[in-house]
Design a protein around this ligand. Structure first.
Ligand SMILES: NC(=O)c1ccc[n+]([C@@H]2O[C@H](COP(=O)([O-])OP(=O)(O)OC[C@H]3O[C@@H](n4cnc5c(N)ncnc54)[C@H](OP(=O)(O)O)[C@@H]3O)[C@@H](O)[C@H]2O)c1
Length: 273
């Protein structure tokens, strides 16, 4: 059972909260007794998730500043407070070599992965956190720390999000703590094209012997957002099963990069995720 970490009665706003890591984060907060407000584009999934978790939700695209404003208003109107913001929604497009990257898709990556997190924090700061304090957790990626095949736009935007995390941590202290969690490969829809073909091989190359589950990331997000981490700000918590230290483990290549290299640049059905 998840510890409540003192989060009972606090309000958490989670983008991309209907599936994958965001859903696990929303479940973890609800399980800890927090009040949850989720966002995603699919109307039915948002309604279903909100109902299952006893919270509220709003369908919309985080790329739309109006959606972020309305989301903040909904949380404040419903719960009377916004203690936690989890910027989790993201896109892994455009996928492929940067010389082929469509400028509009590149811009969208930065709008969704970098600009939206800033805008949502601005909304929460003005509405509640500036006066009452709070915590922000941005979901980055282990891949932001190095280069990889076909993921140039994604990794570059996530590296920008990591920098934004540190910058905001300094600017918003001491009222608001701002940290990030960087997952390795996790069993979600977004990453299915990487883990599904030959999961055993990928897992065998990881020091901790398996790919991540959404709950692995959710536990880290919950802890960082709680008072247990009250003296931590501007930090990035790597939750990657040892991916970053794999060079000192075993002798094989890196199966994740092999998968990324083999995946076709434009895969249908992965517009954003
Ligand atoms: N899975 C991994 O291996 C992995 C590794 C490193 C980092 N991450 C990061 O973890 C986070 C969650 O990824 P995931 O793997 O859990 O993805 P996922 O399973 O595809 O879930 C993405 C969630 O975000 C929502 N979403 C996507 N684009 C959105 C948009 N523009 N506006 C609003 N909501 C949007 C989706 O719902 P709708 O489609 O209905 O909008 C869904 O709820 C992302 O920041 C990702 O970069 C994942």
């Amino acid at each position: 059972m998840t510890s409540s970490y003192g989060l009972r009665g606090r309000a958490a706003l989670i983008t991309g909260g209907t599936r994958g890591i965001g859903r696990a984060v929303a479940e973890a907060f609800a399980g800890a007794g927090a009040l949850v407000c989720v966002s995603a584009r699919d109307v039915d999934e948002v309604a279903r998730t909100a109902e299952e978790l006893g919270g509220v939700g709003l369908a919309g695209n985080v790329a739309d500043p109006e959606h972020l404003r309305e989301l903040t208003e909904l949380a404040l109107r419903t719960f009377g407070r916004i203690d936690v913001v989890v910027n989790n929604a993201a896109t892994n497009q455009p996928y492929g070599p940067l010389m082929d990257a469509d400028p509009d898709a590149w811009r969208t990556a930065f709008t969704v992965n970098v600009e939206a997190p800033l805008r949502l924090v601005q909304c929460a700061w003005r509405a509640w956190m500036r006066e009452h304090g709070g915590a922000v957790v941005n979901v980055c990626t282990e891949g932001a720390g190095h280069v990889g095949p076909n993921v140039g736009a994604y990794s570059t935007s996530k590296a920008a999000l990591m920098h934004l995390t540190a910058q905001l941590a300094g600017e918003l202290a001491p009222k608001v703590r701002v940290n990030s969690v960087s997952p390795g490969l996790v069993r979600t829809e977004m990453a299915r094209f990487v883990w599904e073909p030959g999961e055993a091989e990928v897992a065998a190359g990881l020091p901790l012997g398996r790919i991540g589950e959404p709950a692995d990331i959710a536990r880290a997000v919950l802890w960082l957002a709680s008072d247990q981490a009250e003296w931590i700000t501007g930090a990035d918590l790597l939750v990657d099963g040892g991916t970053r230290v794999r060079a000192a483990y075993g002798s094989g290549g890196y199966a994740v990069h092999d998968r990324l290299r083999l995946a076709a640049p434009r895969r249908p059905g992965t517009g954003t995720g």
